[in-house]
Design a protein around this ligand. Structure first.
Ligand SMILES: NC(=O)c1ccc[n+]([C@@H]2O[C@H](COP(=O)([O-])OP(=O)(O)OC[C@H]3O[C@@H](n4cnc5c(N)ncnc54)[C@H](O)[C@@H]3O)[C@@H](O)[C@H]2O)c1
Length: 253
């Protein structure tokens, strides 16, 4: 059976690890050729593993805080994979430091907003001209359940992710008549190095998290990635401007 993204080029930022890596693997399984970007060079290994499985894929070191980097990733997709991406997983993000908002430095706050919110805008703005020219496209931006509800100790992160949800809703309206859908994925806590870093920085972080989880467990990257694949696929053809919680029921409480 042909995959849902057969013949399409898909771009993934934050593709070197965690949810982005799982998105790249799932998109490749669905037949996409992959343009992978990340600041971490481990993305080279992700692309290599996909090529060994028969997919077309390349990795380019890409910092979403730099417009030129994101533009270069899109340009390389065109030159190496033969087309601009018509599927984009706008996923790169950082958690920032856990702490009270009045103790957060301006540099830390700015870094989180620059990466998570403005980085999402840079990536969306870079892929849209190609999608508009193609008359089709699907963008899934990884926000978070922290884009739907607050979370103590992570003010910059929560603000950035609420911003991503607002960005998605607004852009979705702008491009709805161009055949392009734009949605936000809102994962709850997923077992990745991001959660490990947070757990390392605060005693009992993991235990207190689990106490708040209806399912009594965190998610795994593939559970977030599969929801993103659905949002980007033709199966979700009438879904746009939506923020989909993939959180084991956390935000329902
Ligand atoms: N893990 C969770 O519980 C969780 C929950 C909700 C949302 N998210 C979001 O999911 C996305 C992926 O996170 P993850 O959990 O896989 O974390 P992760 O730390 O495992 O992966 C994030 C990736 O983004 C990359 N990255 C960081 N800054 C970058 C930059 N400036 N430019 C390009 N790449 C950059 C990192 O190198 C890393 O490979 C993030 O946007 C995160 O906010 C994660």
């Amino acid at each position: 059976m042909p995959g849902m993204f057969e013949g399409k080029v898909a771009l993934v930022t934050g593709a070197s690890a965690g949810i982005g890596k799982a998105m790249a693997e799932a998109a490749a399984r669905e037949g996409a050729a992959l343009a992978l970007g990340d600041v971490a060079e481990a993305g080279e290994g992700v692309a290599d593993a996909l090529r060994k499985k028969g997919a077309k894929a390349f990795f380019l070191r890409t910092d979403v805080r730099k417009k030129a980097d994101v533009d270069a990733l899109v340009a390389r997709a065109k030159s190496e994979l033969g087309a601009s991406p018509t599927v984009a997983f706008v996923n790169a993000g950082i958690e920032g430091r856990l702490g009270a908002p009045w103790e957060t430095t301006e540099d830390d706050f700015t870094r989180v907003i620059d990466t998570n919110l403005i980085g999402s805008w840079r990536t969306i703005a870079a892929v849209l001209p190609g999608m508009i020219a193609a008359g089709e496209g699907a963008i899934v931006a990884t926000a978070s359940v922290a884009g739907l509800v607050g979370a103590g100790g992570l003010a910059a992160y929560v603000a950035s992710k609420h911003g991503v949800v607002g960005l998605v809703k607004s852009v979705a309206i702008d491009v709805a008549k161009s055949g392009i859908r734009v949605n936000a994925l809102c994962p709850g806590m997923i077992e990745t190095s991001m959660v490990d870093r947070l757990a390392d920085s605060a005693p009992n972080f993991r235990e207190s998290l689990l106490a708040l989880k209806p399912m009594g467990r965190l998610g795994v990257p593939s559970e977030a990635a599969e929801a993103a694949i659905w949002l980007a696929s033709p199966a979700a053809s009438f879904v746009t401007g939506h923020a989909l919680a993939v959180d084991g029921g956390y935000a329902s409480q």
